[in-house]
Design a protein around this ligand. Structure first.
Ligand code: MTE
Length: 320
């Protein structure tokens, strides 16, 4: 199968880590604060337009140490804006407009919605902050203080019909603003999906901010999905549409390489990616070393107690 994917995803993690690190060395140095001053002024400016946020202690494990802001916002996967980790921070901020922005909820619902982001935030009752683990299928991880709201609140506004079983999420399509879409490095628009009961789980979240600041374009402004027990690629960015559907939608990475990226994509250290192990992960910005330390990967990324019941009776090896 011809896969138009770039190096990070194609090569065995153990084999590619040094090359990836080499390619991203300058990004790493930046992310670890060596060039932090260059970002400070812009980040401060961005902070002026955010939604007020309050900590939700129920979703904040004090043992988790958040990754530095610079690393979260300068080591990104956002193929619409390039395939190199350092590109989105640059290319998603060259005139691509994420304000104003509307999102629609359609399909098998009683009350279809089309809302401006500000209107939406008011309707879901405002913004809270939760600190979640984040684990990419490429075997690296972060800890991110997300600001946003529970996805279930948005879905409830549209009143799903009884035959709605899945939610299909779609990212914007704008080939003029997104060089990756112009190049066709993936099939666009980027699509993701969740079972409706997964989407209604209290951990499923829509982020509008990071560290109390508006979510930067490169992280998926202005609305991006956060499902912390699943691999990062499920966390679709810059959402324009949620569609309630009866059948499981095929997500973008499944379309690109179905044998490697499944629908569920639950973090599972016992099921390896066909080309690399998922037993451990590189902690971005962690452990004192410039390239991060390694730690064991946890079942469902540490959220087993909360989500395991969703998958009772499901063969997790087959449903990867
Ligand atoms: N969403 C869109 N629209 N396009 C993408 O390329 N990349 C995914 C996910 N969401 C992606 C996306 C992948 S592979 C990961 S790991 C996370 O976003 C990365 O999120 P981050 O850059 O905020 O860490």
């Amino acid at each position: 199968m011809l896969i138009r994917t770039p190096k990070d995803w194609e090569l065995r993690e153990s084999a590619t880590t040094p090359e990836t690190i080499y390619q991203n060395r300058r990004t790493f140095l930046k992310t670890l604060g060596f060039a932090g001053a260059a970002f400070a002024a812009r980040d401060l400016f961005a902070a002026t337009a955010g939604f007020p946020t309050t900590n939700n202690p129920a979703f904040r494990d004090p043992a988790l140490k958040p990754t530095p802001y610079e690393a979260i916002t300068h080591y990104n996967n956002f193929y619409e804006f390039g395939t190199d980790k350092s590109e989105p921070a640059e290319l998603a901020n060259r005139g691509w407009k994420t304000d104003p922005w509307t999102v629609e909820v359609t399909g098998l619902v009683d009350t279809p919605l089309k809302l401006d982001v500000n209107e939406l935030v008011a309707k879901v009752g405002g913004i809270e902050q939760r600190v979640y683990r984040f684990r990419c299928v490429e075997a690296w991880s972060m800890v991110i203080p997300w600001d946003g709201f529970q996805l279930s609140k948005l879905i409830a506004l549209a009143s799903p019909k009884a035959d709605a079983k899945f939610v299909k999420f779609t990212t914007f399509l704008d080939r003029k603003s997104a060089p990756g879409q112009a190049d066709g490095n993936l099939d666009y628009p980027y699509i993701e999906g969740l079972r409706l009961d997964e989407a209604m789980h209290e951990l499923a979240f829509i982020a509008t901010g990071i560290y109390g600041k508006p979510i930067p374009n490169q992280n998926g402004a202005p609305l991006r999905l956060v499902v912390p027990w699943k691999y990062g690629f499920k966390n679709i960015k810059s959402i324009v549409k949620l569609e309630l559907v009866a059948k499981a939608p095929r997500n973008t990475w499944q379309q690109m390489a179905a044998s490697e990226y499944g629908f569920y994509a639950n973090v599972n250290p016992l099921v390896d990616h066909p080309r690399w192990s998922q037993a451990s992960e590189r902690v971005i910005g962690g452990g004192g070393g410039v390239f991060g330390s390694r730690q064991r990967t946890l079942m469902f990324n540490g959220y087993e107690k909360q989500v395991a019941a969703l998958y009772k009776g499901l063969d997790l090896e087959k449903n990867y």
